[in-house]
Design a protein around this ligand. Structure first.
Ligand SMILES: Cc1cc2nc3c(=O)[nH]c(=O)nc-3n(C[C@H](O)[C@H](O)[C@H](O)COP(=O)(O)O)c2cc1C
Length: 317
């Protein structure tokens, strides 16, 4: 492995979440001790066509070290071109291939979890990334299968195709985000391959992370939805303490907001509304705040409202 990403001890990884884990969110999460952050899924097609918006999505925060960029794709030549473009960008340590996304728009193009239905193509794409990339590592994120579980077969092909490590969301594509996560299957993958395995799915507390690591023998855990509205979860995962003061929460929420405006300009206001909804969960007066921010477009006014709210309100549930 590389110096900045050792698997000697279990690692804590922020999952890629399209629409959430952008640069502002990752930079805040990283402060609390995530070992690895991954970009939102980036279409290899958009990269290959040099879309300016896509290049903006690739940017990383200076504290993201190491930094992984996740790509999706199903066409070997386009993926190769996308990787060549990533090769021109500095500061990326890992290229990750998305083999898990269940969304019809992505699956319809043969990408994401669709690759689990065509394992020779999946292997060829992994090899193409590995052979073309000038980055330190290549990784893959999978589910347990498309309709049915064939996780061991998938994992063996991932390893044989040259991936350096693997993240596993313990559901099939058919299981979407609701089926029970099969941690036994993650354990079976770990027992059948030699590259590091990161366990993912419904891990949202210190106790759960500890149990998953022990049960599966995995080399790390990846947290997605558990970090939304709670970027400090990585501090809790590391220390076992859920002691985050209201004052620190407020500082983090404002820092996140400021970074959104810095990164996106005024349209960051609209994009931050969904974060206000998750951050205010459990606070007294949350619904009044949500209604209020829905009608504010001015960046300073918006900041003032969230500042005052999180200064003066308590968590009640
Ligand atoms: C809103 C949303 C966006 C997601 N975007 C991606 C993505 O871009 N790439 C990816 O590999 N997985 C994506 N996922 C899946 C997550 O990375 C993760 O595998 C899944 O949510 C299970 O982990 P969790 O229970 O910790 O959230 C997304 C999930 C959600 C809910």
């Amino acid at each position: 492995m590389i110096e900045k990403l050792s698997f000697d001890n279990p690692i804590y990884v922020l999952a890629p979440l399209a629409g959430y884990t952008d640069l502002p969110f990752r930079s805040v999460v990283k402060k609390f001790g995530a070992d690895l952050t991954v970009s939102e899924m980036i279409s290899s097609n958009a990269l290959a066509h040099g879309s300016t918006k896509t290049l903006h999505m690739l940017e990383k925060s200076p504290n993201e070290d190491p930094y992984s960029v996740q790509i999706a794709g199903a066409d070997v030549d386009i993926v190769r071109r996308a990787v060549e473009i990533l090769n021109e960008q500095s500061g990326i340590d890992i290229i990750d291939l998305n083999c898990g996304c269940p969304v019809p728009k992505v699956v319809g193009h043969g990408s994401g979890s669709s690759l689990l239905k065509d394992l020779p193509l999946m292997g060829e794409i992994i090899k193409t990334i590995k052979d073309t990339s000038n980055k330190s590592l290549t990784s893959v994120k999978i589910r347990l299968g498309f309709e049915k579980k064939n996780h061991i077969e998938i994992a063996k092909i991932v390893e044989a195709s040259g991936a350096d490590f693997l993240a596993v969301h313990g559901r099939t594509r058919a299981g979407k985000f609701k089926a029970e996560v099969d941690y036994d299957a993650i354990k079976e993958i770990k027992e059948n391959i030699s590259i590091p395995v990161i366990a993912n799915g419904d891990i949202d507390s210190y106790e759960k992370a500890k149990w998953v690591l022990e049960h599966t023998g995995a080399d790390g855990v990846m947290i997605g939805r558990g970090a939304v509205g709670a970027p400090w979860i990585f501090h809790q995962l590391r220390t076992g303490s859920s002691d985050i003061s209201l004052a620190l929460r407020r500082d983090i929420i404002l820092e996140h907001y400021d970074k959104m405006i810095e990164f996106y300009g005024p349209r960051g206001v609209a994009m931050f509304r969904k974060h206000v909804h998750t951050y205010s969960k459990g606070y007294r007066g949350a619904s009044v705040l949500r209604n209020e921010v829905n009608r504010i477009d001015d960046t300073q006014e918006f900041r003032g409202v969230i500042d005052t709210f999180f200064k003066n309100h308590e968590i009640v549930s």
